[in-house]
Design a protein around this ligand. Structure first.
Ligand code: GLR
Ligand code: MG
Length: 424
């Protein structure tokens, strides 16, 4: 039987804001609101699908232009997405990454087309009555492990009430944070966001975590805040303690120098962030593990291509996250389930989001023993809550934050705060 085409009749692009705690990183501190954009595609036959991506003014404006270009596209012809997005962007292809200076070299076309790829796959799944993981080749695991993503943090945003996580500014605070996060979600591996305090303090924190959680794999990610010498010092001090060290230093050259001088595996979501970065990184032996992220690698199918390249070159594959909502968590889970090579627990910022703030009903997204069951309903398996979308959009309009700026926010309280690299 011939299928009729399912053409795109309309695309809506809605920026939203949700509350975010004061999480510290190498470039500053999270603002009171994190930004995301929700896209919804509806076909001529009335089936709709959703995707989620970064907020930020430049990105938002590009998403709107790309959305206009998608009118009439058949949702089964996803190979057209690159050409249509490229056409919509024209020469406008630099900057506007929305990641506060931490991931700057990813492909603009890939970032912009990603949520549309997800939304079309959501529609395809609904049309054929199968979960998105099946459209990606089928789940090779019924549930996906995530890691406890620890952050140094202030007790509260200055001038506001303490949040219920409390402060984490030393090893004891981080161990307490880990206990709570693991107690709530059951995570069986731990990632610490570093690059915040002098490296010896972060080494002490990792050692305290090792002592408190002897069997759990540990990762440390200073977002390239260290020199070669400092990176090697940390790698020596934590020899045998870390599952991997993420982006200790800047650039493929810097990472290669660290990689050649330590046996600790190196992972990245900073120096390999687009297909163009892969060949030089492989040639130099700069990284052992790539952190995929469908938001900047061009969607779920492009991440499948990344997985194949990693397999060909013997690279491991893990998954990166940024502050996100439930549409992204569902998409990440389908992708991880359908990627045999993705053998590490994925990152997620999920615990940092308030449970009452999302644009989908989070019922299918319940963690058990640190894992998320792969949704089995057609498509992504999450339903847009229009009332909640309107509420978080209002919050976006009212909160005044338009671009993620961890550094600018930090400087309001510490005017001399510097992001010179390497910092240590
Ligand atoms: O692994 C990473 O580099 C990240 O998770 C990047 C994020 O932007 C993180 O640093 C954050 O949320 O502050
Ligand atoms: Mg990272």
């Amino acid at each position: 039987m011939m299928r009729t085409s399912e053409r795109i009749a309309g695309v809506t692009v809605t920026p939203v804001a949700f509350r975010d705690p004061p999480l510290l990183n190498a470039v500053g501190v999270h603002e009171p609101y994190a930004l995301r954009t929700v896209v919804e595609i509806t076909t001529e036959s009335g089936v709709s699908g959703v995707g989620e991506t970064y907020g930020g003014t430049v990105h938002l404006e590009r998403l709107r232009r790309a959305a206009d270009e998608l009118a009439g596209m058949d949702v089964w012809r996803l190979n057209e997405l690159i050409a249509r997005t490229t056409r919509a962007l024209g020469a406008d292809t630099t900057g506007g990454d929305g990641m506060s200076g931490m991931v700057t070299g990813s492909s603009t076309v890939d970032r912009v087309m990603s949520p549309f790829d997800v939304a079309c796959l959501d529609i395809q799944g609904k049309l054929v009555g199968r979960p998105v993981s099946d459209l990606l080749g089928g789940a090779v695991r019924d549930s996906v492990p995530y890691s406890a993503y620890l952050f140094y943090k202030w007790a509260a945003h200055p001038g506001r009430e303490d949040d219920d996580w409390g402060p984490a500014l030393d090893p004891a605070g981080l161990v307490e944070q880990a206990r709570r996060m693991i107690g709530t979600y059951g995570f069986t591996s731990i990632k610490l966001k570093g690059g915040v305090f002098p490296p010896d303090e972060e080494i002490a924190a990792v050692k305290a975590l090792r002592k408190a959680f002897p069997g759990l794999p540990l990762r440390l990610d200073p977002n390239a805040a260290w020199s070669l010498e400092t990176s090697l010092h940390v790698a020596r001090e934590l020899n045998g303690v870390l599952q991997y060290l993420e982006d200790p230093t800047e650039g493929v050259g810097g990472m290669a120098a660290v990689a050649h001088a330590t046996s600790t595996p190196l992972a990245t979501n900073m120096c390999v962030v687009s297909f163009d970065d892969l060949a030089p990184a492989v040639a130099k032996g700069a990284v052992g593990i790539v952190l995929s992220d469908h938001h900047f690698w061009g969607g779920l199918r492009r991440c499948g291509q990344l997985a194949a390249i990693c397999e060909a070159f013997g690279l491991g594959l893990s998954m990166h996250s940024n502050s996100h909502l439930g549409i992204s968590l569902a998409a990440m889970t389908h992708l991880a389930a359908a990627t045999p090579r993705l053998t590490y627990a994925c990152d997620t910022h999920w615990p940092w989001k308030r449970p009452d703030e999302d644009v989908v009903d989070p019922t299918p997204l319940r963690f058990s023993e640190g894992r998320l069951a792969v949704p089995t309903a057609p498509g992504l398996g999450v339903e847009l809550d229009r009332e909640a979308l309107a509420r978080l959009h209002r919050q976006y309009v009212d909160c005044g934050v338009r671009d993620r700026d961890d550094t600018g926010y930090m400087r309001r309280f510490e005017p001399s705060f510097s992001i010179k690299t390497p910092r240590w």
